[in-house]
Design a protein around this ligand. Structure first.
Ligand code: AMP
Ligand code: MG
Length: 418
């Protein structure tokens, strides 16, 4: 038996798997303009309807000619015209109206311009001497040089972006380069966020030493914007049965997912559990992670529910490690990997075996070597050190205190958490 099982704790990977086994990704689709598609998830693959580039074109400013004519330096060519980007060389306008470049003929060509028929090579302008309409090669050339081939970047019919891909700004550029104006995406998820606790004050309320400001709800609402979902802020709900019942009932009527924080710890005085038991089928897990041991997940109405521990750092870490993968899966996304690196611990990192630890760290690259230090207090109530961090130091469950110089796994913060 491993250490997690002995302590009755659920390993992080198992929690993720259990959630994915229950969650059903969104089914409805919609068409959106590519300009508005940032961070949306593709409901169908995008195929290229054209070649990119559309035709053979020049990679350099220079002269297009037949490579077979240009095998000796000093060879002389007649310049018969020019090809500019957007204005290809036109044979029909030439005397005799040939349909392709003849022997010892050249066309002045600029970067991105179409290669005239018959030409198979571009000579850089630095490698020729031009006098009037005569061109002399300063050096022999290699046939095929300096040409970008039609379809070299993207071939017509090829898959550009796969179903389940979350669209990045670079993807928007790529889609635009193909002339694509709209894409079919899964509809946006509807996510409701609420905070529970009698001690909570909204930002802007007069300060009161008995109370604390609610940081989880603004934090979660802001983070959810990175996932291109519709967010409803349900507010602060008191630890009071009727108030919780009303808030959860309203939230679940609208939302695909309700996220609450606070009130999921064992032995809590809160009424969250009682209300959730009434309205849904929720499991209360003890996850083998630090921070963030208590965590709730299950069905609520026609949608789902996650309950996060109330301490702000625990909220942030469980959100990132457990909720983000669940939301991405629900949103129809297919690939969910987190980037992981190895780094050398510069300091002693205190830890007890038993739970996977997500310490907040600062990662630097020192002359090619990744080094990591603690971002400060590792208490689950201290958000200020997490706000300074740029990574997690992920320490395996069975591991004990890390000594300086040991190698640790680091997960750089991504846009879903910072
Ligand atoms: P709970 O999970 O409800 O037992 O809360 C654990 C700790 O987190 C308590 O100290 C709470 O006051 C604090 N806490 C709960 N919810 C929030 C919140 N929304 N913002 C800031 N701190 C909170
Ligand atoms: Mg509470």
């Amino acid at each position: 038996m491993d250490c997690c099982a002995q302590l009755g704790l659920l390993p992080v990977e198992d929690a993720l798997l259990r959630m994915q086994q229950q969650l059903i990704p969104v089914q409805e689709t919609e068409w959106v303009d590519v300009a508005l598609a940032l961070d949306r998830v593709l409901a169908e693959a995008v195929l290229a309807s054209i070649n990119v580039p559309a035709s053979d074109n020049s990679a350099m400013d220079g002269y297009a000619l037949r490579g077979a004519d240009a095998q000796t330096d000093g060879a002389l060519f007649e310049v018969i015209g020019q090809s500019l980007a957007g204005h290809p060389f036109c044979f029909a306008a030439q005397q005799g109206a040939a349909s392709a470049l003849g022997s010892m003929q050249a066309v002045r060509i600029m970067t991105g311009a179409m290669i005239p028929a018959g030409a198979d090579t571009v000579v850089m302008q630095e490698n020729v001497t031009r006098t009037g309409e005569t061109l002399q090669l300063n050096t022999a050339v290699v046939t095929g040089d300096n040409i970008r081939r039609a379809g070299e970047d993207i071939k017509i019919g090829s898959e550009i972006l796969s179903q389940g891909h979350r669209i990045s700004a670079l993807d928007i550029g790529l889609l635009a380069s193909l002339g694509i104006a709209r894409v079919k995406v899964w509809r946006k998820l509807r996510i409701a966020v609420l905070s529970t606790g009698d001690e909570l004050l909204p930002p802007g309320a007069p300060h009161n030493a008995d109370k604390i400001y609610d940081s989880n709800r603004p934090l979660l609402c802001a983070l959810l914007q990175r996932l291109a979902v519709e967010v409803k802020d349900v507010g602060i709900v008191a630890d009071d049965l009727p108030a919780l019942r009303t808030a959860f009932t309203q939230a679940m009527q609208w939302a695909d997912l309700v996220i609450s924080s606070g009130g999921v710890s064992v032995g809590d005085a809160d009424y969250t559990k009682a209300v959730l038991a009434e309205l849904g089928e929720i499991d209360f897990w003890k996850i083998a992670m630090k921070p963030g041991k208590p965590f709730a997940f299950g069905r609520l109405g026609a949608g789902w529910f996650v309950g996060l521990p109330g301490n702000p750092v625990s909220t942030a870490v469980t959100y990132h490690q457990l909720v983000v993968p669940a939301v991405r899966y629900l949103a129809g996304e297919k690939t969910l990997e987190l980037m992981q690196l190895s780094a050398i611990a510069e300091q002693r990192l205190k830890k007890q075996p038993g739970r996977m630890d997500f310490q907040r760290g600062i990662l630097i690259n020192d002359q090619g070597v990744n080094r990591v230090v603690s971002a400060g207090s590792q208490s689950s109530g201290v958000l200020s050190s997490m706000a300074k961090a740029n990574c997690y130091i992920r320490l395996e469950a069975e591991r004990g205190t890390v000594q300086p110089g040991e190698t640790v796994t680091v997960i750089p913060f991504d846009k879903f958490i910072s």
